[in-house]
Design a protein around this ligand. Sequence first.
Ligand code: ADP
Ligand code: MG
Length: 434
Amino acid sequence: MAHGLVRYRKDGSIGHLPFTLHPWQSPPGFYAHGARVSPLYNKLYHRVSQNRAFLDEHLAASRAVDDFVQGLYSCLPDQPIARPWLYLSRHDFMPAITPQGILPKQVETNLMAASLGYASQRVNAAIRFLYAGTPLGSSVLPHRGGSTICKGLALAYQHYAKAGEVILFIVPPGEVNAFDQRTMQAELVLEYGISVLRTTLDELGESGEIRDGKVVLKGRSASIAYFRGGYSPDHYANPDAWKGRRLLEHSQTLSIPSVTIQLANTKKIQQVLSHQPTLEQFVSPQEAAQLLETMVAMCPVDGPIQGTTGRQAALADPEGWVLKPSREGGGNNYFGDDLVKQLKELTTRQAHAFILMESIQQTPFRAVRLVEEKVVDNLCVTELGHFSYALWEEAAAEPAFQDTEGYLLRTKDVGNREGLVLGGFSFLDTAAID
Ligand code: ADP
Ligand code: MG
């Protein structure tokens, strides 16, 4: 509590976040490798986001069966509006067992609402404090994952905003992860002198308007809309929310992410990009090889893989695969028996809304954590996300600025497939890095 590791419980009371009591030992080279390849992922996704024809081609079949993807499409203006392209991302990797040793294999890139940066830097501080003066303490490097994303946002504001404009924080109604966002809001005000207006898409749809090109809410003109919601269909339960999203897309307010960036960030596009020739449409052969080294096999449900179809391969080996819809925010994937059940029910047409991804295998390790004030000690696996930001001016080849610093480490029981911290599936961890 003293370190600010707090969250709202469902009943509105406040408790501590689930967190580690002992740092995780990062395998040699694992952290540096993921940090090195993260800016390359930003570059890849930037180039993909700019290529509407590519997105349209590869999302056509999903769009026909997935109302959410179609909903996003319906927000796009006929003519694209020229704005800078901002990425505040988190690139998630697992320490995978491979024939070449332990390598970072990508779970996904988050270009939207990449969260828990501050919670993560606080766990890091709490653990360094707990082990201060011991060799273990000095092996835990300080990091500032939350402040890194905040800096990306502040630099984008300084680059793009006119005097007096605000940054909109788009949050879902009833957000439990509010403290992570409030810290960022405070840092923007205190460190950078930037005003923040917190709102929901519903409110924006109801009361927002476009004036002189920018979205205006409560008399304040917004240079940037920073999304911490809007990634789930639940956030559009009220039709006004779509109105709000459309308003932003039709303005010069820089949305992070814009709809095109969000479409590029779908699991479908991640799957399409998992081939050297496709990657080479966007980056050099050498860069494509570096990206591919961090990917596992992915395929369409009824697409070809290893001499059979994805569906057949996954039904024959359900533990070897994960079935994923084009959704963000956790809790949407199918594993094991659920995967089998779902694959038996999905028609070929419905299956276009999903992809299959090879399950990343890792060696379980012992971890000790604190959950609701109780110690839990058992075998776990983990996932490390590198925070990163980059901004490209329209048509610029190189980013105006970029950086990769800080991480989110989420660890969970070996038998637990999903990774949600606030959903109670995993806990905040920190790494001893050699
Ligand atoms: P979301 O966008 O909902 O966060 P992810 O692709 O990150 O979707 O998947 C959610 C969680 O499921 C991950 O954090 C991880 O714990 C687990 N997971 C996803 N893909 C794999 C995979 N290929 N191998 C093992 N676990 C996976
Ligand atoms: Mg994820």
